[in-house]
Write a protein that binds this ligand. Sequence first.
Ligand SMILES: NC(=O)c1ccc[n+]([C@@H]2O[C@H](COP(=O)([O-])OP(=O)(O)OC[C@H]3O[C@@H](n4cnc5c(N)ncnc54)[C@H](OP(=O)(O)O)[C@@H]3O)[C@@H](O)[C@H]2O)c1
Length: 274
Amino acid sequence: MKKEKLHNDHLMPVIGLGTFRSKEEDAYNAVLTAIETGYRHIDTASAYKNEEAVGRAIKDSKVKREELFITTKLWNTDQGYETTIKAFNDSLEKLGLEYVDLYLIHWFKGYKNSLDTWKAFETLYKMGKVKAIGVSNYNVHHLQHLLNNAKIKPMVNQVETHIELQNQFLQDFCLKNGIQLEAYAPLMSHNIKDLLENETMQKIAKKYNKTVPQIAIKWLTERDIVVIPKSVNPKRIKENFDIFDFSLTEEDMNEISKLNRGRKMFPEFDNVIF
Ligand SMILES: NC(=O)c1ccc[n+]([C@@H]2O[C@H](COP(=O)([O-])OP(=O)(O)OC[C@H]3O[C@@H](n4cnc5c(N)ncnc54)[C@H](OP(=O)(O)O)[C@@H]3O)[C@@H](O)[C@H]2O)c1
């Protein structure tokens, strides 16, 4: 599978399984199905309350740990130096792992928190407990502040990205600064109906004998964006991974780029109330 090289050379598979809103047993079964299908990248978070189930599925999959790329995230109320170290160790214990591949600050919660938390991330990275460190829900000004003050640059920024919120400006900034962009809600999450009913996407899907979600995922990987579609349905988990046997033409890419509406499904990064 195609992998993106992070700025510290750690490799990140371009497709991972999302697990937001996946209840424990569903998450367990979805991770097992995904790994059997060929996924080697799983995205969870302490806030999803399924780290233990995800960890059990990883263990039961019998796939070697070094072949997998596991991400988890620090929840907002745990930001700060000491609290981050403690929350990380709790996550690691729940996952039953020796290390995670990527640890993310889940949301921006003010400049001071960002730097205090990042210092703990740098400590965990230097200890070898995380192979890469990054952020989520950071815009250019949040990233710039971190870049100005960090000893170790963030390797990843995970943000909402899909056909109606294309983030080209943020991607350009990330590319310039060696930060990998990762798309969450690539299928427009709880508004997936709007993606499935999009006529341009339906037309392109028909042309390739693919489904609309497959085109939406492929369009992101063609832009060198890592993508983590969530499903707990075995058929859809397989479908979302079956995108490596075709390429989109420049014309198709340009047509999809016209679908941008700047439409967010999740809160603005500077107005998070949780
Ligand atoms: N960092 C953050 O703040 C943040 C925020 C949100 C999400 N995330 C991460 O990103 C992942 C993906 O985002 P998301 O879960 O919000 O939304 P998503 O992946 O855009 O969409 C998930 C929805 O699409 C359905 N679905 C999946 N594949 C499908 C297919 N092929 N055909 C039809 N329906 C399909 C799923 O239902 P079924 O499960 O029934 O298939 C679910 O309802 C999350 O799971 C999480 O890991 C991160």
